[in-house]
Design a protein around this ligand. Structure first.
Ligand SMILES: [Zn+2]
Length: 328
């Protein structure tokens, strides 16, 4: 891997640079990498997903990682590019799981945050208004599971958490929904990456009602939390249910992955707060945040892989028992 492939560790890339980088990975690792356009943004930019597999002919259970749904969260883009780079370079983890990664779900907003307003969060739907203050839908409130609650989203276009006129109204949200529709059957672990907050959170976001298998979701997240702490002593993440750890959020992706696709291990990870202002970190923060997150993500992948391998064995054993009984 040449030095140029590391460019995003020294500066925050523009969207065209992210696309170029993904293309390069596909060219360099044709056996393991393929790109897929899962849809288009409001302004017509392609939304690209990178699929990384040990063997493209036989898909395995997989992890889906989504970043950049909120435009200003630039560390999420660089962090997943780093994760991609690590996976293609050290392919051992691919023996366990395939990876479906969307490094920038909100390309219009991302461009806007580079060119005009560093703190832009939503997409670039004008919502029928001339006035900028009414622009944008919070894509992470536009999904159909638990959609539309006033406690956790807003019907006001001026709000930072405007949920859009109806669920999945936004093309960017539709893109992710269609990727899940096609590949959901393989996905065993879903991670929505945001920044900042030092948290690993599981559903639900739209209600404080606990999820029945909370313990499994908690255990997996704690493994990641501890691995990160072990690798980087300053690492300090909180684990918990989304609605109680931060705030209620209605129509978010992690709830959707769990609620609509029954992906048991579904998380929202808020990255390490880098610097005084969490939303405008210096480029020098990119490497540390990326490295720390990678440790956590890989730990979760291993946990989920083990979880399903063990459970499949138990399942296979119970079937043998049943069959034996029939012969008694
Ligand atoms: Zn966010």
């Amino acid at each position: 891997m040449g030095k140029k492939d590391d460019f995003f560790l020294n500066k925050f890339p523009k969207y065209y640079e992210i696309k170029k980088y993904l293309k390069k990975m596909e060219k360099k690792y044709p056996r393991n990498v393929r790109l897929e356009d899962i849809g288009c943004s409001v302004e017509g930019r392609p939304i690209r997903m990178i699929v990384i597999q040990e063997d493209q002919r036989s898909p395995k259970q997989a992890v889906m990682i989504e970043a950049g749904i909120h435009a200003r969260e630039w560390l999420t883009h660089t962090t997943v590019l780093y994760i991609i780079q690590h996976i293609v370079k050290h392919q051992r983890i691919l023996r366990h799981m395939d990876f479906y990664i969307i490094p920038c779900l909100n390309p219009d907003g991302y461009e806007y945050s580079h060119k005009h307003n560093r703190l832009w969060r939503k997409n670039m739907n004008k919502n029928g208004f001339k006035d900028k203050t009414h622009w944008g839908v919070d894509l992470n409130r536009n999904f159909s599971y638990g959609y539309g609650l006033d406690n956790g989203s807003s019907s006001d276009p001026q709000s930072l958490v405007y949920r859009g006129p109806y669920c999945l109204s936004e093309p960017e949200a539709q893109s992710l929904a269609s990727a899940l529709y096609v590949y959901g059957k393989y996905i065993k672990l879903y991670i929505a990456i945001h920044c900042y907050g030092n948290t690993i959170m599981y559903p639900w976001g739209f209600t404080e009602k606990p999820i029945p298998d909370e313990k499994d979701l908690y255990d997996c997240a704690v493994k990641a939390q501890r691995a990160m702490k072990c690798a980087y002593s300053k690492s300090c993440f909180t684990v918990g249910c989304m609605s109680k750890t931060v705030y209620l959020s209605s129509g978010a992706t992690a709830d959707y992955a769990r609620g609509a696709y029954n992906i048991k291990f579904s998380y929202t990870m808020e990255l390490h707060k880098a610097g005084k202002s969490g939303f405008t970190p210096r480029p020098s923060m990119i490497v540390n945040v990326a490295k720390e997150t990678l440790v956590g993500v890989l730990e979760m992948v291993k946990y989920v892989d083990r979880y399903y391998k063990c459970n499949t064995k138990t399942y296979a054993r119970s079937r043998i028992k049943l069959r034996d009984r029939r012969y008694e």
